[in-house]
Ligand binder design. Structure first.
Ligand code: FAD
Ligand code: SF4
Length: 511
């Protein structure tokens, strides 16, 4: 009889899993059995991005192999549901107790904490989640401090001593180099080193064949080239540090039809399943600055993303769940447009971004925020529908990260708790930060008329519709002043054009 079962979830493929560490402190390795469950129902809960499923399943199978090679006994189960898999495991091995780490997501953690022991009829210990830094140090509530990213981020930097000098001050004399980080790409002369590709091995090829036969899904398994082991993920991270971190900061917000990744890291799929860990990454990025591999503005920008934004988003998720799932502060009810399923639109920016997401499960942050969410917000799409779309289509999508980013940040539907202003913009922003408008049938400079960019009339229509609310927001109020430049005739023209455009927009009908 095995004494202790350690249940490791598919997105917890950590180098040092706390449940394994705790089990080994209590008994010998021979008395420990590790269980991983691949759930058929979970794979089909939504029509998921097929490349994400390949990544997750192949990484789980590789991880099980690594544990075996390290001398652990592993029970890798394929079952209808997670619970079925765990019940089969318990029936086969009768462990005295089960150790596990708290899930990153609400429903999974609630299930572990409130139901699992009863369902398995034995003691279950749920250890704190160590995948996130704010689980180990809570930067809030700091008395008198406003709950905004900047305060959160500074507290994180100080606590973990990241880019902090010997006097306790931020290295370089500033916490933030955002002003240096808003460049668009030059037309020529800047080489963009492509991210590394990893050839699928035999395990991954088997998974690809299995995923290809699933009834529903987004995109194709062909062309899968992500890392599936910690070793490979570390190689991908090294490659980013050497070749793209240098320009990460200045071009963080730039968009291009010629490159999806630009100087971004493409590391979120690995971080979100535990193959890469945020503190170690932040320390290595800091070292890259000290070694002269990258300038401070880029390194600070990257550290801000992983110990600032990523942690803040996770923190917001846990502050706001479960209500966040249904938040709809702007009372938007439109169904998701069909174009998000096939990229079939004349709007060049949306066409490119959606097509890439369908093919690769990736677009970078600004495209998620200022192309997709901006459009959905201006078009009045129901936040829950946008949330479901993001969960389905991206390779790095998990509820703890999608829901606060989409419902909170992108759609400002949580009453401004995640972001203090709605991220909406006219075509001017996309035109400034990208080369999309050059190849587009619409004119980014026109507000109304046949060739006017839809982002423009939808933006002005939104301001007209919500003038009072927006004026009251200190961070957005000044933009509303622009309404005074609209002649009364143009106001009604914009409103009519927006209404016609939205009425004619085909909506997605599921089979
Ligand atoms: P980089 O630009 O290289 O950034 C480095 C890392 O910082 C990322 O890998 C990620 O781990 C972290 N990061 C930066 N911003 C955020 C953020 N706002 N929230 C969480 N992590 C952040 N991220 C996901 O991991 N999964 C998602 O499903 C997801 N959906 C998003 C939806 C919307 C509407 C928005 C606005 C953002 C979303 N993000 C999501 C955050 C961010 O866009 C992605 O983490 C990032 O684009 C991943 O690409 P990268 O690894 O090249 O990131
Ligand atoms: Fe997008 Fe408008 Fe520019 Fe076309 S003109 S690429 S729709 S922002």
């Amino acid at each position: 009889m095995s004494d202790i079962t350690v249940w490791i979830l598919g997105d917890q493929l950590l180098r040092e899993h706390p449940a394994l560490v705790a089990a080994e402190a209590q008994t010998s390795r021979a008395q420990i059995r590790v269980v991983l469950v691949e759930s058929e129902q979970r794979k089909q809960k939504l029509p998921y991005q097929r490349k994400k499923l390949v990544l997750l399943i192949s990484a789980m199978r590789h991880y099980a192999g690594e544990l075996r090679a390290a001398g652990y006994t592993v029970d890798y189960r394929r079952a209808d549901s997670i619970l079925d898999g765990l019940r089969q495991h318990v029936a086969a091995f009768h462990p005295a107790r089960v150790l596990t780490m708290a899930a990153a997501e609400y429903r999974g953690r609630t299930f572990q904490q409130t139901k699992l022991a009863k369902l398995l009829d034995r003691p279950v210990t749920v250890l704190p989640n160590t995948q996130f830094l704010c689980g180990r140090f809570d930067p809030y509530p700091a008395p008198g401090k406003k709950v905004i990213l900047e305060n959160f981020y500074r507290a994180m930097r100080k606590h973990w001593r990241l880019l902090i000098d010997e006097r306790g001050e931020p290295v370089g004399g500033a916490w933030n180099f955002d002003r240096e980080n808003r460049k668009s790409l030059p037309r020529r002369g800047l080489a963009i080193p492509p991210p590394l590709r990893f050839e699928p091995d035999a395990i991954t090829q088997t998974v690809m064949a299995e995923v290809a036969t699933l009834k529903q899904g987004v995109g194709d398994v062909a062309g899968f080239e992500l890392a599936v082991t910690r070793r490979e993920a570390e190689i991908a991270f090294d490659d980013f540090l050497r070749h793209r971190l240098h320009n990460f900061g200045p071009y963080e917000d730039a968009m291009s039809q010629h490159s999806a990744v630009l100087f971004h890291s493409l590391l979120s799929p690995y971080m979100n399943i535990g193959l890469l860990e945020p503190l170690a990454m932040a320390r290595r990025a800091e070292q890259a600055y000290r070694d002269g591999l990258a300038p401070l503005a880029s390194v600070e920008g990257f550290i801000r993303q992983i110990v600032g934004w990523r942690e803040y988003i996770y923190w917001q998720y846990w502050q706001q769940m479960p209500d966040l799932l249904h938040a709809n502060g702007w009372r938007h009810t439109r169904a998701m447009p069909q174009l998000f399923w096939d990229g079939d639109t004349d709007m060049n920016c949306l066409k490119h971004v959606v097509t890439r997401v369908i093919e690769a499960g990736y677009s970078h942050h600004i495209e998620r925020l200022m192309v997709i969410c901006n459009f959905c917000m201006l078009a009045g799409v129901d936040p829950a529908a946008v949330n479901a779309w993001f969960l389905s289509f991206y390779s790095d999508a998990y509820e703890w990260v999608v829901t606060p980013n989409v419902i909170g940040m992108g759609l400002n539907a949580d009453g401004g708790r995640t972001a203090t202003k709605p991220y909406i913009a006219s075509a001017n922003y996309i035109n400034k930060m990208s080369d999309y408008c050059t190849g587009c049938r619409f004119d980014p400079k026109l507000r109304s008329g046949e060739n006017a960019c839809p982002y423009n009339f939808l933006y002005w229509n939104f301001l007209l519709q919500h003038e009072e609310t927006l004026r009251a927001n200190p961070r957005f109020g000044p933009a509303v002043l622009g309404l005074s430049h609209l002649a009364p005739g143009e106001r009604s023209e914009i409103q009519q054009q927006a209404a016609r455009f939205l009425d004619d927009l085909p909506t997605y009908q599921s089979d």
